[in-house]
Design a protein around this ligand. Structure first.
Ligand SMILES: [Zn+2]
Ligand SMILES: [Zn+2]
Length: 728
């Protein structure tokens, strides 16, 4: 972990790459650049010439951090020999395996910590505005935060250091000590006689405070003012309760540091009301009562805004009982859910108008479409992959579930924080896993809203997978544990449990999937083809993923004979599951699951049967049938196969032709529908229709063939059906 010594003044501080930064931050940095639209202004403008570039490496030795950032798209990601444990290479690794990232994780874990490391406590004295008045900071706003650190019983010896760090992801100004007029300026002061501080800003979110002169003894204090200058410091661009200001201590000066037990937190409130969204379920039957979610959000899509006013609603046709006006009081925090009655078949969209001179707001928005007919299959909008402040996201687990239910109007959600990634690690902190589990339990409400316990197995050498347990217990089987190092080891440890795994960003992005490990459809029936990282479907996919590896797309995997259903997930890090597109320039992911019952077991069954489709966040209604069979079906002919699951499989004579039925109701004007048959695409060009029905006959699917549909809106919204498969 020690990558060198940096000389500052006449004291030496050993530079240690923060395990929560950098080299393995490739994925996060990218995810974050997608998510955080409100970065603070460039410090560059503030730094006088002659001072090192704050956005670049702080020195020559600095850092694997920077070299990792520079290495995006560069295949040199360290070598297998650098990893301090022996790796099972029998089935190879991801073609873009990030060995250096695994190396950092493992070296950090094995690094010995002196008892004085991580000692002491810290607290916030005050959060202020520029004039020094108490302040509740708002998302993307400015603040001055006064903190105190007090040394623990073992103190910090000469050569040791205290580290102050803000989150690297969400637009916080780096705590710098170079220019007092610049944002993030941090004053550090120790009034104790004989102690000299050597303060060094790393050009990142870390400020290192070396202890010289004499050691800092038990009870002695260091005061830090973050945002001490007149430019103050910009805080999280998203609303977040308990945003942490991290303190770490290297007590003995050996370069190994440890977070103190409870770094202090500050609450970040939502910004001003700026946007309005209306969410409806996508399917209902006449006579149903459904929920409409109306949310007034801030510019970056955070909930919790202070809004007091009225929203007017209109439906485009008769048959939905919708109130004309909905009142918001301040204590609604910008969120309303209302039951409405559905009376007649048809396709409905609700328009909402918010006109408020007081908030300088005038906006008209339209809901996703609701399709009503007798016996329509029930569609459950689902997001099975996202992160909170427990790993490298923003926001608490409780707020994540609340947003999923009340703002995004999801039916099913899972929070999947990383096993070993971020500032503090899920695999080493059972209380963090317990916090997730408790909230999963609290929000689960079968029939209305289903929550699932999960985490992300963050392998940098075989690809990431999230693991979802369909009951309220399960363990974090960490990729950093040699027992769960390969996908095969993970699957075997999960055997016998109601758990499923999901490969994601499999064609590239932060790291691709090593498909040499062939998943068993009983544990990995579907694959996440799209998220904020982009689409892993195919080279020709709209919104293709960054850093793709030709030959590693999901379509290549189908060509190799594997069979999956398709889902999307947000992989949101911004605390906005189901709505990550609000702050990510449009890219996200959702799973559409057909399930009559809304319960954990029914959702698992639907995933196993591949009665699912993927979207990149757009709530497009998509029905595809082949000879009356739902998407995801495997169609067996000619052989006398007795299907195990008669809903999904047909056995019998091979027909002359098969009847394809496609019905689409889009959110916005349609551009085209692509029909993909074993790699060959035929397109139906459209002229901006909102609805489309296609009936055609096709030559029957032969053994090993696959067939799926992708629907593309003019605004870039896409839905992908799960494929039909010609059974072998
Ligand atoms: Zn991932
Ligand atoms: Zn993730």
């Amino acid at each position: 972990m020690i990558d060198g010594k940096a000389s500052v003044g006449n004291c030496h501080i050993r530079r240690v790459t923060a395990p929560w930064l950098g080299a393995f931050g490739v994925a996060m940095v990218l995810a974050c650049s997608l998510d955080s639209g409100n970065q603070s202004g460039s410090l560059q403008d503030w730094i006088p010439s002659g001072v090192q570039d704050p956005s670049g490496p702080a020195s020559d030795e600095a850092s694997t951090n920077d070299s990792a950032l520079a290495s995006i798209g560069d295949p040199a990601f360290g070598s297998v020999d650098d990893v301090p444990i022996s790796l099972d290479a029998s089935l190879g690794f991801s073609r873009d395996a990030k060995f250096s990232s695994l190396q950092y994780v493992l070296e950090d874990i094995s690094m010995e910590r002196h008892p004085s490391d991580g000692g002491g406590r810290a607290w916030i004295e005050s959060v202020e505005d520029e004039a020094g008045a108490p302040l509740l900071p708002h998302a993307g706003g400015l603040a001055r935060i006064r903190t105190t650190y007090e040394a623990g019983p073992l103190g910090i010896s000469i050569g040791g250091a205290l580290y102050f760090q803000v989150s690297s992801y969400w637009g916080w100004d780096p705590p710098q000590n170079l220019v007092s007029d610049a944002p993030g300026y941090t004053e550090v002061e120790c009034a104790v006689d004989g102690v000299e501080l050597d303060i060094e800003w790393w050009g990142t979110e870390v400020l290192a405070i070396g202890i010289g002169g004499r050691g800092l003894e038990a009870g002695e204090k260091i005061r830090l003012v973050y945002g001490a200058g007149r430019a103050l410091a910009r805080v999280d661009s998203f609303a977040e309760r308990r945003a942490r200001l991290w303190f770490a201590v290297d007590g003995d000066g050996d370069g190994a540091r440890k977070l103190i037990a409870n770094s202090p937190t500050v609450d970040i409130a939502a910004g001003d009301p700026a946007r309005l969204i209306v969410m409806l379920p996508s399917s209902a039957r006449p006579g149903d009562e459904i929920q409409v979610s109306l949310s007034v959000l801030d510019r970056e899509g955070s909930t919790g805004v202070a809004f007091d006013g009225s929203v007017s609603l209109r439906v485009d046709r008769d048959g939905l009982e919708v109130p004309q006006h909905v009142e918001f009081r301040l204590d609604h925090l910008g969120r309303r859910r209302l039951p409405i009655r559905v009376n007649k078949p048809g396709v409905y969209r609700i328009s909402a108008i918010l006109y408020s001179p007081e908030y300088r707001l005038a906006t008209l928005t339209t809901s996703n479409p609701l399709v009503v007919r007798e016996g329509i299959p029930r569609l459950r909008w689902t997001d099975l992959h996202g992160h909170s402040q427990i790993s490298d996201g923003t926001g608490t687990p409780a707020d994540y579930f609340l947003y999923a239910r009340d703002v995004a109007g999801l039916d099913v959600v899972s929070l999947t924080d990383h096993d070993h990634w971020g500032e503090n690690f899920l695999d080493a902190n059972p209380e963090m896993w317990e916090e997730i589990r408790t909230n999963v339990d609290r929000f689960n409400d079968p029939g209305h809203f289903v929550t699932l316990l999960g985490y992300e197995w963050t392998s940098w050498i075989h690809g990431h997978r999230h693991v979802i347990y369909f009951e309220n217990k399960g363990q974090v089987l960490s990729m950093a544990d040699p027992r769960y190092q390969t996908p095969a080891q993970l699957w075997s440890a999960l055997k016998g449990q109601p758990a499923l795994t999901f490969a994601h960003h499999s064609a590239g992005g932060p790291v691709s999937t090593n498909w040499t490990y062939r998943p068993d459809p009983a544990i990995e029936p579907v694959t996440e083809i799209v998220s904020v990282h982009g689409s892993s479907e195919a080279e020709d996919s709209p919104g293709r993923i960054y850093d793709p590896l030709p030959g590693n797309f999901v379509r290549d995997v189908l060509d190799a004979g594997m069979q999956f259903g398709f889902i999307g997930s947000s992989d949101s890090h911004d605390g906005h599951p189901g709505q990550a597109q609000l702050a990510s320039s449009g890219g996200s992911g959702l799973a559409a699951i057909f399930s009559e019952e809304l319960s954990r077991s029914a959702i698992r069954e639907a995933l196993l049967a591949r009665r699912v489709y993927a979207t990149n966040g757009a709530r497009i209604w998509l029905e595809v049938e082949l000879d009356g069979h739902p998407m995801g079906s495997s169609l067996a002919f000619e052989k006398n196969i007795v299907p195990e699951d008669s809903r999904d499989t047909t056995a019998g004579q091979r027909p002359e032709a098969q009847r394809l039925h496609i019905y689409v109701v889009a959110e916005s004007p349609l551009e085209r529908i692509d029909i993909v048959r074993s790699g060959h695409i035929s397109s139906i060009r459209l002229q901006g229709e909102l609805e489309w029905t296609e009936e055609r006959t096709i030559p029957p699917l032969g053994p090993g063939e696959y067939y799926y549909v992708r629907v593309i809106q003019q605004d870039g919204g896409v839905a992908w059906s799960s494929p039909f498969y010609g059974a072998l």
